[in-house]
Design a protein around this ligand. Structure first.
Ligand code: SF4
Length: 361
């Protein structure tokens, strides 16, 4: 067995919400890039699979899919600009690998309804997204689609933030139930907990596209500075001469994430003694955020200047690669469930062997 074969596989996905913002970057993408580049001897430590979850976007935005294709391309551009490397990792679009939908269907046969109704985000989102009718079969089933997304690639680890742990736990339950009914097909993936720092948007609430308070990963510098200038601050600091408290100020939260220790020290000292004004403090923050995103913005502009086919071809190649593993898993699961294999698709071992030899060549 080669070293490459033994590398633990990791898998994670992201909804195509359009151009990514700092919250998406710090909460997920930056961790994925770090994991992708983590060495293990001369090799990369992990074999990474990352997908753009376009079917998931339809579970909540089915009534207006007009931006879906462009949003998918925008996410791919941001991923590559931020350092996900299609040579090192498999980057693909969920709907380009049909087995996601097929395994979801298979799982839907054996998953009790109560498991899905109990998922906390089901009720929460139905109440919060009031402008949308989420009383649909697809929306109830989205955690099961997530289970299929994950188990299709039989990953060892799923890198997620703390808020996603419950979804991976449901995935593990689905795997256990399937294995109990039909035999050991799906190993249970482990959570790889990744840091997701508190990241407020310009209005002080959690940074989110739906609140309109985001700073994009590709934000031009002038806009970045203008947005930060209007960011809300410690409400108790009304006059320049009032001391403030960075611990209750959203600008302080962002300093903790982006600024150097020296700058953080200057902010804490200057704010609490009213030695600095908020405009100056926000200027330092803009310097720090800009230093983080400037190389990404530059790479994105270079990529966007290439023929539009380039990114689509990268995604196509990723889907072809993902499909090999996905089709093997699906065929194994179908066989375990007692479905009659196609006459030209009976030799699963041969296809598994072909996959193995390709990975080692
Ligand atoms: S000085 Fe900075 S940390 Fe203090 S209240 Fe103003 S913006 Fe917030």
């Amino acid at each position: 067995m080669s070293q490459q074969q033994q590398r633990p596989r990791i898998l994670s996905g992201m909804r195509p919400t359009g151009k990514l913002h700092l919250g998406n970057y710090m909460g997920a993408l930056r961790n994925w890039v770090r994991l992708q580049n983590e060495p293990h001897g001369a090799e990369a430590k992990y074999d990474g699979y990352f997908f753009i979850a376009d079917y998931h976007a339809l579970t909540t935005d089915y009534a207006d899919p007009s931006q879906l294709a462009q949003n998918t391309l925008d996410v791919a551009l941001d991923w590559i600009a931020a350092g996900l490397d299609p040579v090192k990792s498999t980057l693909f679009v969920q709907s380009h690998v049909a087995q996601h939908a097929e395994l979801h269907l298979l799982f839907s046969m054996m998953t009790p309804l109560g498991w899905l109704e109990r998922v906390p985000s089901y009720k929460e989102q139905q109440e919060n997204l009031t402008g949308k009718d989420l009383n649909t079969y697809g929306f109830l089933g989205y955690p099961l689609l997530q289970a299929a997304d994950i188990l299709l690639y039989r990953p060892h680890f799923v890198p997620v933030g703390a808020d996603q742990v419950a979804h991976v736990e449901l995935t593990r339950e689905v795997a256990r139930r399937f294995n109990h009914l039909y035999g050991e097909v799906f190993p249970e993936p482990e959570v790889l907990l990744t840091p997701s720092p508190k990241l407020p948007g310009t209005d002080g609430r959690k940074m989110s596209k739906s609140y309109g308070n985001t700073i994009l990963l590709s934000e031009p510098e002038a806009e970045l500075r203008a947005k930060l200038k209007t960011m809300v601050t410690d409400p108790a600091r009304i006059r320049r001469s009032d001391p403030g408290n960075p611990e209750v100020c959203p600008v302080g939260d962002l300093h903790k994430v982006f600024s150097s220790q020296d700058t953080i020290f200057k902010v804490w000292e200057g704010c609490t003694t009213a030695a600095i004004g908020c405009i100056e403090c926000k200027g330092w923050l803009a310097d720090a955020v800009n230093a983080e995103i400037a190389p990404i913005r530059e790479r994105r502009a270079e990529l966007a200047a290439q023929p539009p086919q380039l990114v689509r071809e990268i995604l196509d190649a990723g889907a072809v690669h993902a499909n090999r593993l996905a089709s093997h898993t699906l065929a194994t699961a179908q066989r375990a469930c007692g479905l009659l294999p196609r006459a030209d698709d009976t030799d699963l071992e041969a296809s598994a062997e072909a996959l193995r030899s390709e990975k080692t060549s």
